[in-house]
Design a protein around this ligand. Structure first.
Ligand code: PAF
Length: 308
């Protein structure tokens, strides 16, 4: 199978490292030529809970080098999905599947619009990864990956992706309700990401303080109300308890949004708490806590270069 990983961020590096264990053709696509050639020359290093190893996927900044792939995995930040899939269209042939395991809501729709809904596989992962440097990541959290097609069909194509991921050591299963999965993961990100970004606490420390715990409860409750109104069934009976359990399970993790803030990068706030705010306005459901979280994260982003 020819697999193209688009975007060598934390998750892109982690997937490239695991998938490179197999005898498949693994490519990393990075539109930054310098980074692509650094990966081509020096490979990708993974360290952390699964040990330390180096892999040498092929890397390029030019889609033509790769040609049509069997599987394209979009690993860019959500605000770059549209550009990434547009630029990667030459990788997508009649039988190509395009997988997104990105955080937030909206990526499946953006990819479906570009390549057609029958090619899109959505999913969520509880794998935790931190980008340490160019082509260097830490595997920070183990966890299941769940994938599914928009039409809920269990095709040979999605079965072979599950098989390859499992063979690579990535615990993966198929779900028939991808919307429910994406929303269940959204609830977790709504509870953790913005709060860790604002407080600069790691996931574990976040629940040790009464303040963030109270705000987390409010933010998550607002998101659950939206999901209920949209008749989206969540996969957890007690979503709030699940958010706290994820904080504990990933206690040493620096959330992806806090990683962005620390590196003075744009965050995925619009695709996480921002979705709750937008839908709250559309459905006339009050979402004051999520609005405040969005405003604060955006203020931090806008003031990266300010000094006192
Ligand atoms: O975005 C993240 O960092 C992760 O999705 C999660 C689950 C919050 C763990 O850090």
């Amino acid at each position: 199978m020819k697999i193209a990983i688009v975007g060598p961020g934390a998750m892109g590096c982690l997937l490239a490292a695991f998938l490179s264990k197999l005898k498949e053709e693994i490519w990393v696509l990075d539109y930054n030529k310098d980074r692509a050639s650094r990966i081509m020359q020096g490979g990708i290093t993974l360290e952390g809970i699964s040990g330390q190893w180096q892999c040498n996927p092929k890397a390029t900044a030019d889609v033509k080098d790769i040609g049509i792939a069997d599987l394209v995995v979009i690993c860019v930040k959500s605000y770059n999905t549209k550009e990434a899939i547009t630029r990667s269209k030459a990788l997508v042939g009649e039988n190509t599947a395009v997988l997104t395991l990105q955080n937030g809501i909206g990526n499946v729709e953006i990819i479906a619009e570009a390549v057609g809904p029958d090619k899109v596989i959505g999913g969520v992962t509880n794998l935790g990864a931190t980008l340490l440097d160019i082509a260097k990541a830490r595997h920070a959290g183990k966890g299941e990956t769940v994938i599914g097609r928009i039409d809920a069909k269990t095709t040979t194509g999605i079965r072979s992706i599950r098989e390859i991921f499992n063979r690579a050591g990535l615990d993966t299963r198929i779900s028939r309700d991808i919307k429910s999965l994406l929303w269940s993961k959204l609830i977790i990100n709504v509870g953790i990401n913005a709060l860790t970004a604002i407080t600069r606490l790691n996931n574990g420390k976040l629940t040790e303080f009464e303040g963030p715990r109270r705000i987390m409860r409010e933010a998550v409750t607002e998101a659950i109300r939206i999901a209920k109104r949209k008749r989206i069934k969540l996969i957890y009976d007690d979503p709030l308890a699940k958010v706290e359990a994820v904080c504990e399970a990933t206690s040493s993790n620096v959330s992806s949004m806090l990683q962005d803030i620390l590196r003075k990068k744009r965050t995925e706030i619009d695709f996480i708490n921002g979705v709750v705010v937008r839908l709250g306005q559309e459905l006339s459901i009050p979402v004051p806590v999520n609005s405040i979280l969005v405003d604060l994260v955006k203020t931090i982003e806008a003031s990266y270069n300010f000094s006192l």
